[in-house]
Design a protein around this ligand. Structure first.
Ligand code: ZN
Length: 364
């Protein structure tokens, strides 16, 4: 099959994404994602090349085709439609605040969270993850697990993230020690407030057919002893509150911002930044940080594919979000896609300035 020139392909992919749904955030392109993987897992991934009409990458001893984000081995390319694409959203630097959600976006999230939508969502093909982490069978994954401790709680995680988690813990403990002056004990108080830490757990994501990152031992849940009425996970909140997506940030339980940053610095992403929030959840996705770095570098006009910086160094990039979140059209002269997030850091703080009455919260 002849290679299609890149600009045409990019146009078609962009057009395709646009047609799929005007509500979906525009994702990063195939080459960026595959090179981000290559950088994040240099011992396992190599050879990002355009061949046979698509971008490909070598993971372990197999070649995977991009296939619209599905990452499929050649024999499965013909059945691409029966798999759902992997999610390579732009990981936001700041926490998206529901105070800026338009009614239309809230409705979109309500639909995304409906039991039916979740039940019907196709699973990913797991061969690519298996090439990276072992599996996808339970026995194979369990042969790669290690017992350990995190902030005083016993955990079981994939061997590949043991060192990263140790560095996260060391950073958190150091912050706690540095903070130990009276009246400045945010991090120590956080450590004391932890009820349990969950990690490996062989299961599908609740209400779906998708395998959770916990099933690979690549995710960690930090649960506090007490929630004091705060929301922590959108699905639990949905049982008591129809407007679960609009629960303001300060009514959600969250780890301290510096703890989140310590995880992010080691390649984890925090579920509290997802519109379907999961504030106890951290998962190992260094490629998402690397995607941000590559996109930031390419928008600066400097080729992103030559240098090697840490996976967490892409934090300068703001979040790309569809106009529909705010109901406001982005103007060409806006400085950066992250324009929607102006003030989000302020809203994250307890001194949020929005008015509760704006959203007619019920039972939150
Ligand atoms: Zn979790």
């Amino acid at each position: 099959m002849p290679c299609r020139p890149r600009p045409v392909r990019i146009f078609l992919v962009t057009l395709g994404l646009f047609c799929l749904s005007s509500l979906r955030a525009e994702g990063p392109d195939a080459e960026t994602v595959l090179r981000a993987f290559q950088h994040s897992y240099p011992e396992k991934i190599s050879d990002v090349v355009f061949t046979d009409g698509d971008w490909t990458v070598r993971a372990g001893d197999k070649i995977f085709f991009w296939a619209g984000g599905r990452l499929l081995p050649a024999p499965l390319r013909e059945k691409a439609e029966s798999f759902s694409p992997h999610v390579f959203e732009i990981y936001p630097r700041l926490v998206p605040s529901p105070a800026i959600y338009s009614p239309r976006y809230a409705e979109y999230l309500r639909l995304q969270g409906s039991a039916e939508a979740r039940r019907n969502r196709e699973d990913h093909n797991r061969d690519f993850q298996a090439a990276l982490f072992g599996g996808p069978g339970r026995r194979d994954i369990e042969s790669r697990l290690e017992n350990g401790e995190f902030l005083g709680k016993k955990i079981v995680v994939h061997e590949d993230i043991v060192q990263a988690l140790k560095r996260v813990e060391a950073a958190i403990r150091k912050m706690a020690a540095d903070d130990s002056r009276p009246g400045n004990s945010e991090i120590s108080a956080f450590i004391d407030s932890i009820g349990q830490v969950g990690a490996y757990n062989w299961r599908a994501i609740r209400g779906t057919r998708r395998m959770s990152y916990h099933s690979w031992g690549l995710a960690v849940d930090i649960q506090p002893k007490k929630l004091d009425g705060r929301a922590i996970y959108w699905l639990w909140e949905r049982y008591r509150n129809d407007n679960w997506m609009l629960v303001p940030l300060e009514k959600r339980w969250s780890p301290p911002e510096r703890v989140i940053e310590a995880f992010e610095h080691e390649g984890f992403v925090w579920g509290g930044k997802w519109p379907l929030y999961d504030n106890m959840h951290f998962e190992y996705r260094p490629e998402l940080h690397e995607i941000n770095r590559l996109l930031a570098a390419s928008s600066s006009g400097i080729s992103p594919f030559d240098d090697a910086r840490s996976p967490a160094s892409g934090q300068d990039l703001h979040h790309l979000y569809p106009d529909d979140i705010t109901g406001r059209k982005r103007k060409r002269q806006d400085p950066a896609p992250g324009v929607f997030y102006f003030g989000a850091r302020r809203l994250f703080a307890k001194t949020a300035s929005y008015k509760k009455a704006d959203y007619k919260m019920e039972g939150g």
